[in-house]
Design a protein around this ligand. Structure first.
Ligand code: KE4
Length: 434
């Protein structure tokens, strides 16, 4: 791939923006090389400044389940923008989106819209602390919930890619209020909950891990979390920023039949615009200002522009689910990808691992089953980088990190899947030869 223009733009960007990017993982630091500067996206494709076309499996890190520049979503944004983008006042549109979320997400009786996943998880933690009058929170190694101080303790996305355990700038006092347990480890987690039950305000978990690469939960692990928190009045928070409306209209909680006290959402519910949410039981949510005394606010929260994109997205998903069982279709397509990869492994005598659920998946360069942060960390990131660049060269745009998820959208059809598998074979073969 010719990347002359992107190279120049990257140098230009670095003059004004730290690392030339507005979110670290985009800088390709963990895979090396120059990130293509994108000019356009349509359907399953993105195009860079040098005129290269890629099949996009990043989907803006999850939001674009309907593909890039979906005509109906663009139209809805255009129409809304003509009436004004933000008023800082209540609008009917917000009720409509809140209604959809309440209708589909089993745990949500009331919901507050915010602007990013970090804002959603940060607010959910504050609410849990305010509601329980306790201070400690338990998270899981390798799970990432955004860049709120209390979470940057071995987070699995971004930070783990840079392998920084925690990060400078987080006060010791914050860090010590966050407990860590291994994902899917029932025994250790139960013990930590028991030992800290008096101080634990919340347990926050990605019900399907996406930020150390994709790791589905053991159902007994989620069941244990629900039971152990329930009996101690600890708030169970499912961080469904990735999985919400990704593995079904009701997210992972509907899929696994395990209902948390609070849920955070983002990505898909904004349809590609900045919008996220936290919600849950009325009894808990009514502790949020102005009803209750736990404060949280936001200038652009629920702004009509982002809400119109999110609302249109969910309306389309509802229609597609009714007419053609879109989520089953997306899962079947990811099954095809998984089978094809396994076939390529066999042909090449490779024994790597491909974890997937619904339309999200990760190819781990390790021969051990990947069930938690420890086993994910055994992946050969150098091999991943070679594979990543081989695929990029072939016009396949994957997340530039071993510890992220690739996504299929409604726009990834037979041809795109065949192309992916063909290039996957070539890229793996090249590595074998390397
Ligand atoms: P944002 O603040 O980036 O909107 O959301 C934070 C967040 C919260 N919870 C989960 C489960 C998440 O995956 C995220 C953000 N995901 C990363 C990628 N895995 C965003 C990409 C980036 O950091 O640029």
């Amino acid at each position: 791939m010719k990347l002359e223009k992107s190279k120049k733009l990257f140098e230009e960007a670095k003059k004004y923006i730290p690392g030339g990017v507005n979110s670290p993982v985009r800088a390709f630091k963990s895979v090396g090389g120059t990130p293509p500067f994108i000019v356009k996206g349509k359907g399953a494709y993105i195009y860079d400044e040098d005129g290269n076309r890629y099949i996009d499996f990043v989907s803006s890190w999850g939001p674009l389940i309907l593909g890039h520049a979906n005509d109906e979503i663009v139209k809805s944004i255009e129409e809304t923008a003509k009436r004004g983008t933000s008023f800082g006042a209540p609008t009917q549109l917000e009720i409509k989106l809140a209604e959809k979320i309440v209708k589909h997400v089993p745990s949500v009786e009331k919901v507050r819209l915010v602007n990013s996943g970090t804002e959603a998880t940060m607010s959910a933690i504050r609410l849990a602390r305010g509601y329980t009058k306790r201070n400690k929170v338990l998270k899981f190694e390798g799970c990432y919930h955004g860049h709120f101080d209390s979470f940057l303790i071995k987070a699995g996305s971004g930070v783990m890619t840079f392998s920084i355990p925690g990060t400078p700038g987080v006060p010791e006092d914050f860090a010590k209020l966050t407990l860590l347990a291994p994902y899917n480890d029932i025994k250790t987690t139960k013990k930590i909950i028991e030992e800290n039950e008096k101080d634990l305000a919340a347990v926050i978990v990605e019900p399907v891990a996406g930020n150390m690469g994709v790791i589905p939960p053991k159902i007994e692990f989620l069941k244990m979390l629900r039971e152990e928190t329930q009996k101690r009045g600890i708030i169970l928070i499912f961080d469904e920023v990735i999985t919400g409306f990704r593995i079904g209209l009701g997210g992972a909680q509907k899929h696994f039949g395990i209902i948390p006290d609070l849920t955070t959402l983002g990505k898909i519910i904004g349809g590609g615009l900045p919008l996220a949410a936290y919600g849950g039981k009325r009894e808990i949510m009514d502790h949020i200002s102005p009803v209750g005394d736990v404060y949280q606010a936001g200038t652009l929260s629920g702004n009509p522009l982002a809400v119109s994109a999110g609302l249109k997205t969910i309306e389309i998903l509802e229609k597609l689910e009714k007419e053609e069982k879109i989520y089953e279709k997306l899962s079947k397509n990811m099954e095809k990808v998984a089978m094809g990869i396994e076939e390529n492994f066999k042909k090449l005598g490779l024994k790597f691992k491909f974890n997937h659920i619904g339309s999200m998946g990760t190819l781990f360069f390790t021969e051990e089953d990947v069930v938690d942060f420890k086993s994910a960390s055994k992946s050969d990131t150098k091999l991943f980088s070679k594979y990543f660049h081989n695929m990029l060269e072939e016009g396949i745009y994957l997340p530039p990190s071993q510890f992220e998820a690739m996504f299929l959208s409604m726009e990834h059809g037979e041809w795109e899947i065949e192309k992916f598998l063909e290039k996957n074979f070539l890229s793996l073969k090249k590595i074998k030869g390397a």
